[in-house]
Design a protein around this ligand. Structure first.
Ligand code: BYC
Length: 314
């Protein structure tokens, strides 16, 4: 390989790359990186971006039916934030040499994934509380650790995203807490919502470490800073006391309370997880079709913006 007009062996480049990672220095777009590192990032960051954007759909379902003007404004702001997160992440992913159009095409062709959790329906207002509290709560647990990821543009996107996610988590918890202070029916709605969203939220962290083919290299090169199971444990340890505080019961009859106050969850239904990941969840088809339709209907906006930009540059 030719590098700065000098022939440097692949081993030397790898050595330099790994030394930088060892020293906690960020890898930047113009730096040499092993192909496997680039490919992992292309996959993970674009899937993360798609999750943010597809994740707008289950919540968008409730904008017109929010129970008050206050809650409508908060929900609108949150959903717009998610669109913004998608933008930061697509921009970070583009620094790896793949265009946003290509990423979107892979999504539409079913070649790219997005988080399994967005393939479940939002049946009532309590689900909006459960998404903010549990789904954003799970996402932020993962994203806090990703702030220290070794790839500079991804890490910087995570810092901005985490600031907004903590507001999202709180707005969801506030909805649940208000409902738990309400009527018997409202309390039941909140309990039904945690019953339906608890397990999908736990699945967001991905398969157990022993069944996660991507983890080992990703941890070695500090793309991932903590394993799927570690993050899942962190999430349950902080979320179960929040549930108990407002009188909600976590739907896990095998939950173990350890003496040090931490928890061990019961069995996750991995058949359900893989069915959803492989396109057979309750809303996979609906989510993808909606994205394709919105993308096609928005073509004129992209074209107009491009022309306006070209005219501006002349
Ligand atoms: N869903 O070896 P593994 C948000 C796939 S959105 C679907 O552990 P890895 C929000 C995985 O891709 C925040 N697929 O992989 C937005 C891999 O398949 P491929 C979303 C999953 O990459 C709106 C295979 O299973 N957050 O905050 O080391 C409203 C084996 O897995 C899932 C992110 O995207 C899943 N849950 O670890 C509200 C975080 N889990 O690609 C909120 C960024 C696993 O080899 N991503 N798979 O065919 C990550 O941290 C990691 O990619 C994962 C998986 C932990 C998800």
């Amino acid at each position: 390989m030719i590098h700065a007009e000098t022939k440097i062996s692949e081993e030397k480049l790898l050595e330099h790359f790994e030394a930088k990672i060892e020293a906690e220095e960020k890898i930047e777009p113009r730096d040499w990186m092993p192909d496997a590192y680039r490919q992992h990032l292309i996959r993970q960051i674009s899937q993360h971006a798609h999750s943010e954007v597809i994740g707008m759909q289950p919540e968008g379902n409730w904008i017109t039916r929010s129970p008050s003007l206050r809650s409508k404004k908060i929900l609108l702001a949150k959903i717009q934030d998610e669109g913004g997160h998608g933008l930061y992440l697509y921009s970070a992913a583009e620094t790896l040499g793949v265009s946003r159009d290509q990423y979107i095409q892979w999504l539409h062709e079913g070649k790219a994934k997005y988080s399994s959790v967005f393939n479940y329906p939002t049946l009532n207002w309590a689900d909006i509380g459960a998404i903010g509290w549990l789904v954003d709560g799970a996402a932020i647990t993962n994203q806090v650790s990703l702030q220290r990821t070794s790839y500079g543009p991804y890490s910087r996107a995570m810092v901005r995203i985490c600031k907004e996610e903590s507001f999202h988590q709180r707005q969801g918890y506030e909805i649940m807490w208000r409902m738990m202070e309400g009527t018997k029916e409202q309390r039941q709605m909140a309990q039904d919502a945690i019953n339906r969203w608890w397990w999908p939220a736990l699945m967001m962290f991905g398969p157990h470490d022993t069944d996660s083919p991507r983890t080992s290299l990703a941890m070695k090169w500090k793309i991932k800073r903590e394993s799927n199971d570690n993050l899942r444990e962190k999430f349950i340890n902080k979320t179960i006391p929040q549930a108990e505080h407002i009188g909600l019961v976590v739907p896990d009859n095998k939950l173990v309370r350890n003496e040090d106050g931490t928890f061990k969850h019961g069995d996750i239904n991995w058949d359900e997880f893989w069915a959803v990941v492989n396109g057979n969840g309750p809303c996979n088809q609906q989510r993808l079709e909606h994205h394709i339709r919105a993308h096609e209907e928005g073509a004129w906006v992209r074209e107009t913006a491009l022309v306006a930009n070209l005219k501006h540059k002349k």
